[in-house]
Design a protein around this ligand. Structure first.
Ligand SMILES: [Cu+2]
Length: 222
């Protein structure tokens, strides 16, 4: 018998009830009212309620598998030394900002609780900026997020040891904050930085630094 076959067979031990009308159960906390779901143990003579929890409105479908089916196969952490991403920075010393025509590549790292670099100057209107963010954590349950104000496409969620890229095309001159979007520690809100966008054709040189607010100091510290 092929091993996947057993996953298709109903285990017959549990039953989930999605209760589509849940009246007077939960506090009205938002525009949608919570409905109720219940998990029963049906392995014995009498069904036993083992979990009762709120779920979204109009629940229709549920599927469950035993944790043992996926537990040992899940990738929890990417080893930083095995990261083959072409824009990886395997440590803060490898971070840099590189201009190629109107494309700017930011080799960035994230670790509790800062981004490196966290201060970038010399981006111009008309540039395409690629933030290649490597999560340097080697602790499996510490993802970091990344977003920059004004990006209208997405944000990143970067697992430990992984590198992900966010493309950003600045739409206005000025300072744009960037920040971690996944609560990662008590100092999560410190995981921020700034990018200064200059007018197209300006001669502001590319500079970057970490932990300093004055760009000229940041440049000198490199
Ligand atoms: Cu973070």
């Amino acid at each position: 018998m092929r091993s996947w076959w057993r996953y298709k067979k109903p285990a017959g031990k549990y039953l989930i009830a999605y209760n589509k009308i849940t009246k007077d159960r939960y506090l009205p906390t938002g525009p949608e009212l919570a409905q109720s779901a219940q998990l029963f143990d049906i392995s014995g003579d009498k069904m036993k309620l083992i979990l009762d929890f709120p779920t979204i409105g109009e629940p229709h479908y549920a599927q469950a598998v035993s944790a043992s089916v996926i537990k040992d196969k899940s990738v929890k952490m990417f080893k930083i030394e095995e990261n083959q991403h072409p824009y990886v920075a395997k440590g803060e010393k490898e971070t840099k900002v590189v201009r190629e025509g109107n494309k700017v590549h930011v080799y960035m790292t994230a670790i509790r609780s800062h981004l490196t670099p966290d201060n970038i100057e010399g981006i111009k209107m008309g540039d395409e900026v690629y933030f290649h963010v490597t999560n340097l954590e080697q602790d499996w349950d510490v993802p970091h997020g990344f977003a920059i104000k004004g990006a209208d496409n997405a944000e990143l969620l970067i697992m430990p040891g992984e590198t992900q890229t966010l493309k950003w095309v600045p739409t206005k001159v000025g300072i744009s904050p960037m920040y971690c979007t996944d609560f990662c520690s008590a100092l999560h809100q410190e995981m921020t930085g700034y990018v200064r966008v200059s007018p197209a054709g300006s001669n502001v040189p590319l500079k970057f630094g970490t932990g300093v607010t004055k760009p000229e100091v940041a440049a000198a510290s490199k």
